[in-house]
Design a protein around this ligand. Structure first.
Ligand code: ZN
Length: 134
């Protein structure tokens, strides 16, 4: 009969615990990533959808709108009108937007940005487990 827990037992236990923690951490990280929804900027030109930009995944830069004297800038996952040639400059004064249901409009150039969000398809783990079990 052993009186004390041996060093090797302790190390095995330590490895098991750290392994469980690692798996848990990875699952937690993936879970939080999948629960996020992407912010989408829908750009309208002449009342039609001109482009859709995923603000969550797009890098900073500028977008030119064909047939309109406005430029859009993406910065820090936000979008704004810049270098607008319109007379009222309301669009530029709106500034950077990225909250769902926020709108920036350039009426003279008939360009509008509408922010929406798009939920990613949740991973259906139940079906995966079923498939393995069968
Ligand atoms: Zn404008």
């Amino acid at each position: 009969m052993r009186k004390f827990v041996e060093k090797s037992d302790f190390f095995i236990l330590l490895i098991i615990i750290s392994f469980i923690f690692m798996v848990w951490a990875i699952m937690f990280w993936y879970g939080s990533k999948n629960n996020q929804s992407d912010t989408i900027a829908v750009i309208y030109k002449n009342r039609e959808i001109y482009d859709k930009i995923n603000l969550t995944q797009t890098e900073d830069g500028f977008i030119k709108i064909n047939g309109a004297n406005v430029k859009l800038q993406i910065k820090d996952n936000k979008i704004a009108f810049v270098d607008a040639v319109c007379f009222d400059k309301i669009c530029e004064n709106t500034g950077f937007i990225n909250n769902t249901s926020q709108i920036a409009v350039c009426a003279p150039e008939q360009v509008a940005i509408v922010i929406t969000s798009e939920n990613k398809q949740p991973i259906n783990t139940e079906n995966e487990v079923d498939a393995v079990a069968r």
